[in-house]
Structure formats: structure tokens, C-alpha cells
Write a protein that binds this ligand. Structure first.
Ligand SMILES: [Ca+2]
Length: 315
């Protein structure tokens, strides 16, 4: 008797629970998608960029440009280091070689000193305008997004470019300085995600030895172009973005599902003093978010900000 009662109660409970689980997605599908609107809590932060300024003194930009235009970031927890990339555009109009060499710098997060420098005057006979950095599963290789719409694979031990993918092969064509601005890799999906400035699109890409394939694409809302991307272990893409040249009030982090469905809009507060947010990354345990400012040093700001991360909730 008591066994029968227990079974009956259990079954009823299970049926209710099953109904409840079914009801959750139905509610989401049946109503408008809830988007969290919030502002990045950036009251406390640290800044980096000393190593990058030292690299300019060492010759980056050939004296034509006096600041390191940090345009991307990748973190290496094994050596407590950050990688930054000088995405400087030509200062002399039309003179695309005027600012070589330009470099990817590996620098210490402990004391902001240079650990290693990878300098380029060209790659495989082409001009380069490197704007984005990403690690995949194997951190011996760094992936570099270039405004000429190439993705390069840099072997960090040898300093050699060991592979390249041309997004023209999948129909991506933009003006010279309107190409890849953002790049990340998701271990969960096995795909790279590239943000294209000129079209505002974020492309899901499969990179293999035999070439590049476009898996999917989506865009942010009108007017917002991606300038930095990070695939977080929480299963979302974080996209740092600008509109209207990125002036104060026009800087935003979009949190989206891997298919581009918008979850949160996180405004970057003008009090942080960023000029052009150009890259984003989180550390492995999600304690900090790192945001790059490519023009920070031009306006008494900084090349890189490290901000304690607080998950956005509705205001
Ligand atoms: Ca960028």
C-alpha cells in the first residue's frame, strides 16, 4: 500500500516537473525576447600599455605614428601575459607602407613589460593591417585577423606565419580599412567568429588545412559595427562595438547567443574615458574583462583596461 502511494506521488510530481520544463521554452518562444539593458560597472579598473609605448620607442610605426594603436587582445594564462597588436593605419594618405614595422607584442600582466615582439613589414608579400587576435585550443599558435580580410596563423615559437585563409574565397570584399576587425574562437563549437567592419557582419567560419568555409552570419542592430569579439565559456559571444566613430555614449558590449540572438546590451560608460574600444577578452575564470582602446593614448587614456567583471542584470 505504501509502495503504491509513493509511486503515485512520484509519478504525479514527475508529470508536473515535465510539464514545467516544457512550458519554459514555450513561454520564451511565445513572448518577445527579453534583452537585458545595463551599463558596465567600471568603477574600479587597472590599465596597461607601458610595454606597447616602449615598442613604439623601439621603432614601431617608423616614427610616422607615435602611438601604439592597440586593436586586439588575446590572453595567455600560462605565462600571465597579454598579446596586443598595432593596427595603425597610414598617417600619410595613400602611403600604406609609411608605418612599418608594426608588431604583435606579448607583455606581462604582472608588470606590463615586453616579453616578446613579432614585427611585420608584410606578410607573404602583402601589406598587413592587423586588427584582431585570438587563440584556438592550442595556444602555441595565435590567429590574426587582418583588415585585408586574411586570417593568419602565427607560430609563436618560430615567429613564422604557418597558414593563411583569404575571406575573399567566401565572397568577403571590403575597402582597405573596412575588413576584419574582430576575431575569436569557440572551443564549444569549433568555429572561428570574425567581425567585418564594412558590412557590420559577424561570420561563423570553419578554418581547415584546405580552406575557409562560411557556416553562418548575423549582424548587430543597424549602425553598430563589431570591433572586438570574444567567445566566452558561458556559451555567449561578447562583441565590443562602436557607432558614430565610437565617441562617448556610442560604445557598447553586445552579449549574444552563438547564433547571434541578442541577450544583453552593456553600455561602456563615458566615465571610463575610452575613445575607440577595439578588442575584448575575458580571463579563464571570468573574473576580469579586458577592453582595448586603439586611440586611448592619443587622448590621455590607455591602450588596455582590466575591469572586474560583474554579470549584467537589468537596471
Ligand atoms: Ca579590433
Amino acid at each position: 500500500m505504501s509502495v503504491q502511494l509513493t509511486e503515485s506521488v512520484t509519478w504525479t510530481f514527475a508529470a508536473i516537473a515535465f510539464t514545467a520544463i516544457l512550458a519554459v521554452p514555450a513561454l520564451v518562444v511565445g513572448s518577445s525576447v527579453v534583452v537585458t539593458e545595463t551599463t558596465l560597472d567600471a568603477e574600479d579598473y587597472e590599465t596597461y600599455g607601458k610595454a606597447l609605448a616602449e615598442q613604439v620607442i623601439a621603432g614601431d610605426g617608423a616614427g610616422v605614428d607615435s602611438t601604439f594603436r592597440n586593436s586586439g587582445i588575446a590572453l595567455d594564462p600560462d605565462s600571465n601575459a597579454y598579446f596586443a597588436v598595432n593596427g595603425v593605419h597610414p598617417v600619410r594618405r595613400g602611403d600604406y607602407a609609411s608605418y612599418y614595422p608594426k608588431s604583435i607584442v606579448k607583455a606581462s600582466l604582472a608588470d606590463d613589460s615586453i616579453i616578446k615582439v613579432y614585427s611585420f613589414s608584410e606578410v607573404n608579400g602583402r601589406d598587413v593591417d592587423m586588427e584582431a587576435l585570438a587563440f584556438a585550443a592550442d595556444r602555441s599558435k595565435l590567429y590574426v585577423g587582418d583588415e585585408y580580410n586574411f586570417i593568419y596563423e602565427l607560430d609563436l615559437a618560430s615567429g613564422k606565419i604557418t597558414n593563411e585563409w583569404d575571406l575573399a574565397d567566401i565572397g568577403v570584399r571590403t575597402n582597405v580599412d573596412k575588413g576584419i576587425e574582430a576575431l575569436t574562437y569557440s572551443a564549444a563549437t569549433g568555429y572561428f567568429y570574425a567581425g567585418i567592419q564594412g558590412t557590420g557582419e559577424i561570420l561563423t567560419l570553419e578554418l581547415t588545412e584546405s580552406g575557409v568555409s562560411k557556416i553562418d552570419s548575423f549582424s548587430l542592430e543597424s549602425g553598430w559595427a563589431p570591433s572586438g569579439l570574444f567567445a566566452h565559456e558561458d556559451g555567449h559571444l561578447y562583441i565590443v562595438s562602436m557607432r558614430s566613430g565610437g565617441t562617448a555614449g556610442n560604445q557598447m558590449i553586445f552579449k549574444v547567443d552563438m547564433d547571434g540572438t541578442l541577450k544583453s546590451r552593456i553600455a561602456i560608460p563615458s566615465s571610463l574615458g575610452m575613445t575607440r574600444p577595439d578588442g575584448i577578452a575575458f580571463d579563464e575564470d571570468g573574473t576580469y574583462v579586458y577592453i582595448v582602446d586603439s586611440q586611448g593614448p592619443l587622448y590621455e587614456g590607455h591602450s588596455l583596461y582590466r575591469i572586474p567583471w560583474k554579470e549584467p542584470s537589468s537596471e
